[in-house]
Design a protein around this ligand. Structure first.
Ligand code: ADP
Ligand code: GLC
Length: 524
C-alpha cells in the first residue's frame, strides 16, 4: 500500500548542513531529507544567518521581498529559495527519486537592525552573550516565513514548527493567516526539542506580534508568570504536539527540573502529545565512510578503530603508555549536560586509569574547569574549546567510552553516534538517554552501555568504573562494542512516527477540531 505524501513546511532556527548549534540542526536537516526521500514535498523555513554554510552545488533563487506587519508599523523582509542538487541517491541531504523534493526558504530581515545578519546564530560567541532582541528576531521570522508561504499560494498539508524560536508559527497560522488559501486545509504540529529554553519576554512583544493587551491574562495562551512565553504559544495553538523521545514526553508532564513551569499546559494536552525518538543521519555518521576519520571501520571490520584511536591520542598529546581507555565528550557546555557532576567528581575521575577528551563551547564556568584540568594534567585531560566538526567525529571514532551525564536530555544524539562508532556510552537514565542505552549486565552480558540513575557524582563515577572494568576484559568488550554497533537508529522509524502524527493532525483539520484564538483563549 502506498503511503500518502504531503506538502510539508518545517519552520526552525537550525538545519544541517546550513546552520547548527546543537542537535536541533541535525534533526531538522536529517528529518527533512528523509521525508523528501519518502516522497514528501518539503520546504524548511530558516533565518538567513550571515554564517550560513551553503554547500557548493546548491541552487539559489531570489524571491520578491515584502513588508511584514510589525506592531503599528512594518519591517522589510527578503527571501531566497535554495535547494540541494538532485543527485538521485539521497546523499548529502539531496532527495532521491520518488517524487519528493527539498527546498529551503531563507528569511532575511532587511530592517535597520538586521536580525539575522550577525556574527552568531543566537549569540555573538566572541562575547558569549545572547542577542538581547531574541523576541523580535523570532516573531519576525515566523511572521515573514508565513507571509512568503501565503504568497507562494501552494496549498500546504503540514506546518511543522520546532522549539520556541518557531513558537509563533502555529499561532499566526490560526489567526493572522487563517483566511489564506495556502493554509486553509493545513494541520499544524509543534515539536519540543528542549523545554529548558522557552523564549520568555516582556509583554510588549504581544503588540509586535499583532495582538492586544486584552488577551494577556493567566487563563490564555500568551501569559506566563507576567511575561510572554514563545514555547507556551506554540503548545497552545498547534493541532498536535510531539517531543523527541517517549520518556521525555512523560517526564515533562511531571514538573520540577523537567517541566520548567509548563507541566500544567502539557498535562492538559497530554492526549495530544507524542514522543517520537530522533534518528541519526546514518550517512554523515557512519564510521565506514566518515570523511573526518583517518581510517574507515565498521562492525564487521572493527580494526580500523585502533588507528583512529591512535590519531586521536596523538592529537591530544597523550602518551602511548600506559595504554588507558579514552573517554570522550562533545557538547554544549551548559548546566543541562551534567558538567557540575564532573566538577564535583574531579578528584575521583583523576584517580581512574583513563584519559579524558572534551570538545565544547558554552558557560565560562565549565570552560575554565576544563582548561584548568588540561593545564594541570596534560596527559590525563585534553580540552578543545569552540565548535569543531572534524574533531567531534574524531572523538566519536577514537574514544573507547563516551560520557553523557545529563541532568535532563530530551533525546541526545551523541550517545547514538557513539553506539554506531563502537564507543560505549556512559549515560544518566533520563529522557532519550534512557530510551536508547541499555545498561550492561556482566552476568547475562546484555546491554549496550553503562547507565546510572540518580543525578549524583558518585553514581557517575561508579558507572564509569564499571565501564573501565569491562574494557579490561577484551572478549567482553568486543562483544559489547559489537552489540552497540548493531543498534538501529536510522530515520526510517522516526519518519514513520511523523507520518502518523501528520495523518492524525490532518484528520483533526478535516473534522474542524483546530485551535483558534477563541478556543485557546480559556485554555491556560
Ligand atoms: P543538544 O542538542 O542538546 O546540544 P544533542 O546530543 O542532541 O544535544 O546534539 C548535539 C550535536 O551538536 C551533536 O551533533 C554534537 O556532535 C554537536 N556538537 C555539540 N558541541 C559541539 C562542538 N563544540 N563541536 C562540534 N560539534 C558539537
Ligand atoms: C535538543 C536537546 C537534545 C535533542 C536535540 C534534537 O537540543 O537538548 O536532547 O537531541 O534537541 O532533538
Amino acid at each position: 500500500m502506498s503511503r500518502p505524501t504531503y506538502a510539508v513546511v518545517h519552520c526552525a532556527s537550525e538545519m544541517t548542513p546550513l546552520a547548527k548549534v546543537g542537535g536541533l540542526g541535525d534533526v531538522v536537516g536529517a528529518l527533512a531529507a528523509e521525508q523528501a526521500r519518502r516522497g514528501h514535498r518539503v520546504t524548511v523555513a530558516l533565518p538567513a544567518y550571515r554564517a550560513l554554510a551553503v554547500p557548493p552545488g546548491w541552487t539559489r533563487r531570489r524571491l520578491p521581498g515584502c513588508e511584514v506587519p510589525w506592531g503599528l508599523g512594518m519591517e522589510p523582509a527578503g527571501f531566497e529559495l535554495i535547494s540541494p542538487p538532485a543527485s538521485g541517491d539521497g546523499a548529502d541531504g539531496a532527495p532521491a527519486a520518488g517524487g519528493g523534493s527539498l527546498e529551503v526558504l531563507l528569511v532575511e530581515h532587511l530592517g535597520e537592525r538586521r536580525f539575522f545578519d550577525r556574527a552568531g546564530i543566537y549569540d555573538d560567541s566572541a562575547r558569549g552573550q545572547s542577542y538581547p532582541d531574541g523576541a523580535e528576531r523570532f516573531v519576525f521570522f515566523a511572521r515573514a516565513a508565513l507571509q512568503a508561504l501565503a504568497r507562494r499560494g501552494e496549498p500546504l498539508d503540514i506546518l511543522h514548527a520546532h522549539d520556541h524560536q518557531a513558537g509563533w508559527v502555529p499561532c499566526f497560522a490560526r489567526t493572522h493567516f487563517a483566511a489564506e488559501p495556502a493554509f486553509a486545509s493545513a494541520a499544524t504540529v509543534f515539536t519540543i526539542h528542549n523545554l529548558g529554553y522557552q523564549g520568555i519576554h516582556d509583554p510588549w512583544v504581544l503588540g509586535l506580534a499583532g495582538f492586544g493587551r486584552e488577551l494577556f491574562h493567566p487563563a490564555g495562551p500568551f501569559e506566563f508568570f507576567g511575561r510572554v512565553n514563545d514555547m507556551k504559544v506554540g503548545l497552545a495553538f498547534a493541532d498536535l504536539l510531539s517531543t523527541v523521545s517517549p520518556r521525555y514526553a512523560r517526564e515533562i508532564q511531571t514538573g520540577g527540573e523537567f517541566g520548567f513551569g509548563l507541566e500544567g499546559v502539557l498535562q492538559r494536552r497530554a492526549g495530544d502529545l507524542r514522543g517520537i525518538l530522533n534518528g541519526i543521519d546514518d550517512a554523515t555518521w557512519d564510521p565506514a565512510r566518515d570523511r573526518f576519520l583517518p581510517h574507515p571501520y565498521d562492525r564487521d571490520h572493527p580494526h580500523g578503530k585502533a588507528k583512529v584511536r591512535a590519531a586521536l591520542r596523538e592529537e591530544c598529546g597523550f602518551p602511548l603508555a600506559p595504554d588507558w581507555p579514552l573517554v570522550g565528550t562533545v557538547s554544549r557546555l551548559v548546566d543541562q549536560k551534567g558538567f557540575d557532576l564532573v566538577e564535583q567528581a574531579e578528584a575521583d575521575l583523576l584517580r581512574l586509569e583513563a584519559r579524558f577528551v572534551v570538545l565544547g563551547a558554552g558557560r565560562s564556568r565549565y570552560q575554565e574547569l576544563f582548561t584548568r584540568l588540561m593545564i594541570q594534567h596534560p596527559h590525563r585531560f585534553h580540552y578543545r574549546a569552540g565548535f569543531d566538526e572534524r574533531f567531534a567525529h574524531l572523538i566519536e571514532g577514537g574514544c573507547d567510552l563516551y560520557l553523557m551525564p545529563s541532568r535532563y536530555e530530551p533525546c541526545g544524539l551523541n550517545q547514538m553516534y557513539s553506539l554506531r562508532y563502537g564507543t560505549v556510552p556512559v549515560v544518566r537514565a533520563t529522557g532519550g538517554l534512557a530510551d536508547t542505552v541499555e545498561d550492561f549486565d556482566p552476568r547475562t552480558r546484555a546491554g549496550t552501555g553503562f547507565v546510572f540513575q540518580r543525578y549524583e557524582a558518585g553514581e557517575m563515577v561508579a558507572a564509569l568504573r564499571r565501564g573501565l572494568t569491562a574494557w579490561r576484559q577484551p572478549a567482553v568488550w568486543a562483544e559489547l562494542v559489537r552489540r552497540g554497533m548493531g543498534s538501529d537508529f536510522s530515520w526510517r522509524a522516526s519518519a514513520d512516527g511523523y507520518d502518523r502524527l501528520y495523518a492524525d493532525a490532518l484528520e483533526r483539520v478535516r473534522e474542524g477540531r483546530v485551535p483558534t484564538l477563541d478556543s485557546v483563549r480559556a485554555r491556560p
